[in-house]
Write a protein that binds this ligand. Structure first.
Ligand SMILES: Cc1cc2nc3c(=O)[nH]c(=O)nc-3n(C[C@H](O)[C@H](O)[C@H](O)COP(=O)(O)OP(=O)(O)OC[C@H]3O[C@@H](n4cnc5c(N)ncnc54)[C@H](O)[C@@H]3O)c2cc1C
Ligand code: FES
Length: 280
């Protein structure tokens, strides 16, 4: 069992948990993820390793309550334990040693996944601009944590309720057009956001890495659930990724595939509520 050592709400939908998982903490690297199962009846869900502490033997996850399992997870408290917590899975992110300046873009919850990348680039001495975007002020997360590591931080809100009004792509474009030379852009967030960041950076010939988060089932390359197309070839995000060259990902296909399971997910949550009522 994997004990929840700390729990903190980052906003009304997003929670950070620190989990006692020494073996994973020992090997974890930025870019990797875990798959957890709350109990023997639970679904397996992938979550990014947002942080780790090898000395304390802890792994931090940050999750948004979007459906059945993440809501169940959010209802747990410090002292509770998870049945399975498997990892580290996926390829660790590799960056060139000669990078000078990078922009890391986080869209919504993607900011939590972008955070370890910002930390890693900053620790390599890369001048790192963080550009994080949210629908509104109430959804902004990790601002203080990112400020500690990023050289510059830009926050955007779609409705202008906080900081820059507009999209992350607007700030990125302004930065590039004002003469800032990025060797690398990392974009993590909704598929549509990563698609448009990649489209923009392609025009300027800036290398771009995106983090693909398709539905994953086994996380070992066996089930094919996380299949995506990159440079015309089939790749499995769980073992070949989750990071890929944004200029080569077939985003339109990924967007179509991401919509395939929506009805089943709605049913799963609906069934759960009925089951709860029957049991109550
Ligand atoms: C590599 C990877 C890293 C991720 N990291 C994070 C993270 O750090 N924080 C976070 O909040 N979320 C993360 N996600 C998404 C997270 O796995 C889903 O939000 C979660 O599985 C939703 O489950 P649910 O039962 O609560 O909701 P559901 O109602 O089942 O699904 C809601 C939405 O979540 C996605 N989803 C559902 N099941 C899966 C699955 N098995 N695999 C992937 N996506 C799924 C789908 O887009 C779906 O529309 C990550 C996904 C992947 C693939
Ligand atoms: S999750 Fe099964 S192949 Fe990737």
């Amino acid at each position: 069992m994997f004990k929840i050592l700390e729990k903190k709400a980052l906003n009304e939908q997003v929670t950070r948990m620190v989990i006692d998982a020494p073996l994973i903490a020992k090997k974890a690297e930025p870019g990797q993820f875990i798959i957890l199962r709350i109990d023997e009846y639970g679904e397996r869900i992938p979550l990014t390793i947002a942080d780790y502490n090898r000395e304390d033997g802890t792994v931090t996850i940050i999750f948004q309550e979007v459906g059945k399992t993440t809501k169940q997870l959010g209802a747990l408290n410090e002292g509770d334990a998870l049945l399975d917590f498997v990892g580290p899975l996926g390829m660790a992110t590799e960056y060139d040693r000669d990078l000078k300046r990078a922009a890391v873009i986080g869209g919504g919850l993607g900011t939590a996944i972008a955070y370890p990348q910002i930390k890693k680039l900053a620790s390599m001495g890369v001048e790192t601009d963080a550009i994080i975007g949210f629908r509104n002020k109430n959804l902004v997360i990790l601002e203080d944590e990112i400020k500690e590591h990023a050289s510059n931080l830009f926050v955007t809100t779609d409705d202008g309720s906080y900081s820059h009004k507009g999209f992350v792509t607007d700030v990125l474009k302004d930065q590039i057009e004002s003469g800032v030379k990025y060797d690398l852009v990392v974009a993590i967030g909704p598929l549509v956001m990563m698609k448009f960041v990649s489209k923009l950076t392609k025009q300027y010939g800036i290398k771009t890495v995106v983090s693909m988060n398709p539905v994953m089932i086994d996380g070992t390359g066996m089930c094919g659930g996380c299949r995506i197309t990159v440079d015309g070839k089939t790749k499995f995000a769980c073992v070949d990724g989750p990071d890929f060259d944004g200029h080569q990902v077939d985003f339109d296909e990924a967007i179509r595939r991401s919509a395939m399971y929506k009805d089943k997910e709605r049913d799963a949550e609906h069934y759960c509520q009925l089951e709860g009522m029957n049991n109550g």
